[in-house]
Design a protein. Structure first.
Length: 362
């Protein structure tokens, strides 16, 4: 039961929302925001089920963030779900997704955007059309490891799980992937046994590796399990969520969108079973947890014994400690490592929390 609930929570933890830097348009507000405001606007017509739209989403959010300072008076970055609001798509001749159109703020006849779907291309287009330059936040140092013919063999096959994207500088899909891949690397930067890497397959010092790996199109993405140089071809989606789900499954990690931990982060499966088995028998559970922890893996394996012992002395301990730790998390201002620590302890404590006695399994 503990495992089932934790798995459900883990799935929910992957559902995140980006900051609202892009205006959401509907038939009710489209004319007011786009046609009658006097401001130019770039509008993306998308559909939630569209794979290319999902790939564009983080880039487009970043574009919106870079123009947030000008949103009130100078330029609008907006999007419309043209599947839910088909009348708007039909009104402007949208026949595929994503479709981007530029409205000059004076006419109801937009110009189709035909440039690249990378951030630099979109920013250059908006700047050229509006005369307003983007203001991007200083980027965090890249956590993507660049590999070449020499370093590839040193990293792949080591005691780390390695995800490698083989790219080419001229490849449009690679440019669209780049910000997502950078975000993914940031998400996993606290995982010591996971490497997010890239190979410029057309660089003179990396061509041989690309050829050896049979790379014929870009981007090609492969996963190399720790201690193994035989890759698993990645054929999933290219969204942050898709990559995280894949890596969690293959590397045994518990990351969520944004880089935090999901509801299983920090927990140890063998000890989760001890909690389930000895729930309410705290003193006995402490002895069993100590025994299981001796042969288990996991940074927080000994924390289970401590919690068992604390609850044996005070049955309110878990609830009070959860409240204390969650209070610290809500205050913010913590280093990522501290957030991971508090989240891990909270996840474990929740396994000891009070059960709903009014419900029973069928």
């Amino acid at each position: 039961m503990v495992r089932l609930v934790s798995t459900l929570l883990s799935g929910l933890a992957l559902l995140g929302a980006a900051a609202a830097t892009v205006a959401d348009l509907t038939p009710d507000n489209f004319d007011d925001i786009v046609l009658q405001s006097g401001k130019p606007a770039l509008v993306e017509f998308f559909a939630p089920w569209c794979g290319h739209c999902k790939n564009l989403a983080p880039v487009y959010e970043e574009l919106g963030a870079s123009y947030a300072w000008a949103a009130d008076k100078k330029v609008t970055i907006a999007k419309v779900d043209a599947d839910a609001h088909r009348s708007l798509g039909q009104r402007f001749g949208v026949s595929g997704f994503p479709t981007l159109k530029w409205f000059d703020g004076k006419s109801d006849k937009p110009e189709d955007y035909k440039g690249g779907r990378d951030l630099e291309s979109l920013q250059a287009f908006v700047a050229e059309k509006s005369g307003v330059k983007a203001k991007s936040k200083a980027k965090a140092p890249s956590e993507v490891v660049m590999l070449d013919d020499k370093s590839f063999g040193e990293v792949v096959g080591s005691e780390k799980d390695v995800l490698v994207a083989f790219t080419a500088p001229w490849c449009g899909h690679c440019k669209s992937l780049a910000p997502i891949y950078e975000t993914l690397a940031q998400d996993f930067k606290l995982e010591p046994d996971v490497v997010i890497a890239k190979v410029d397959a057309e660089a003179p010092n990396a061509k041989a590796t690309a050829q050896e790996q049979g790379v014929k199109s870009y981007p090609t993405i492969k996963f190399f399990p720790k201690g193994n140089s035989a890759p698993i071809e990645y054929g999933g989606g290219r969204s942050e969520a898709a990559f995280i789900t894949f890596l969690n499954e293959k590397a045994g990690t518990h990351r969520a969108i944004g880089g935090g931990l999901d509801a299983l982060g920090g927990t140890v499966e063998a000890l989760n079973e001890v909690v389930e088995q000895f729930y309410g028998k705290w003193a006995d559970g402490a002895e069993k947890a100590k025994e299981v922890a001796a042969s288990a893996q996991g940074k927080y394996k000994d924390y289970y014994t401590k919690v068992f012992e604390k609850i044996a002395a005070n049955e309110e301990y878990a609830e009070k400690e959860i409240g204390r730790l969650e209070g610290m998390l809500k205050k913010g201002g913590l280093a990522p490592e501290k957030v991971d620590d508090l989240t891990s302890r909270t996840n474990i404590l929740k396994l000891f929390g009070k059960k709903d006695e009014g419900k029973s399994e069928l």
